[in-house]
Every structure is written in C-alpha cells, then in structure tokens.
Write a protein that binds this ligand. Sequence first.
Ligand SMILES: [Zn+2]
Ligand SMILES: [Zn+2]
Length: 135
Amino acid sequence: MTINTGSCLCKRVEFCLHGEFLYAGYCHCSMCRKSSGGAGTVVGGIQKEKMSITKGGEYIKRFYRSNETTSCFCSHCGSMLYGVKSSSGMVHIRYGALNKSPKLLPQAHMYVSSKPDWYKILDSLPQFAELPPQT
Ligand SMILES: [Zn+2]
Ligand SMILES: [Zn+2]
C-alpha cells in the first residue's frame, strides 16, 4: 500500500513509501545545510524496504557524504531526495521532497550546536546539541 509519494523538482525521479515514518526531525548539521542551501533539513526515517523508486532511477546520483550516509539526489535538477544509512538499514527521506504532508511531524531539533546564527528556532520542540541520546 502506498502511504505517500515524493519527487525531485523536475519530476524525473519519483518514489513511493509503503509505511509510516518511525522518527522525524530538523537537522541543523553543516552537511545538511550545505547540501540544501538552506537552514538545514527536515528528514524522516523509514526502513529501506518500505521505500521504492517508481520512476527515473537512472537519474539518481549518489554522494558518499560520510561513513554513515550516502546522499541521493537527482542528477538533472539537483534536488536532494534522501540519505541511505549504512549501519541502521534506514533511509532518511527529505520531507521537502514529499508530495503530501506525512502523519509524523518533526519531533526535535538535532545538531543545534552547528546551527547558524541567522536561523532562529521558534518552536518548543526538544533541542539536542547533536543526536538525541540513544535509549
Ligand atoms: Zn530532478
Ligand atoms: Zn544533518
């Protein structure tokens, strides 16, 4: 069952999600900021097998951003779409690529220690200097 769909800006790449996000949050790390060109990103985590590329897989380019993350983006329009996590089997979907609002809204702010001064957090969600502590 398709729960949500998403695409890049030029719509050459389309994907669909077959499940709900397990977690979601704002990421203010410098890598997300640079790759988005904005204040950072909002990402949601979902198991790799619950996401499939429905169109334009040949346009997806991968950038090996760290040991843990391979960023995937459209080679035609440059839209960043998702990151594949090597150790957890999760995919972090960029919420901005989704076609409709997901049920799970962002739950926290991560990597607030890397946040630029020109961006102010104005909500009351929990803030973490880096990642939330693992429980
Ligand atoms: Zn595109
Ligand atoms: Zn980040």
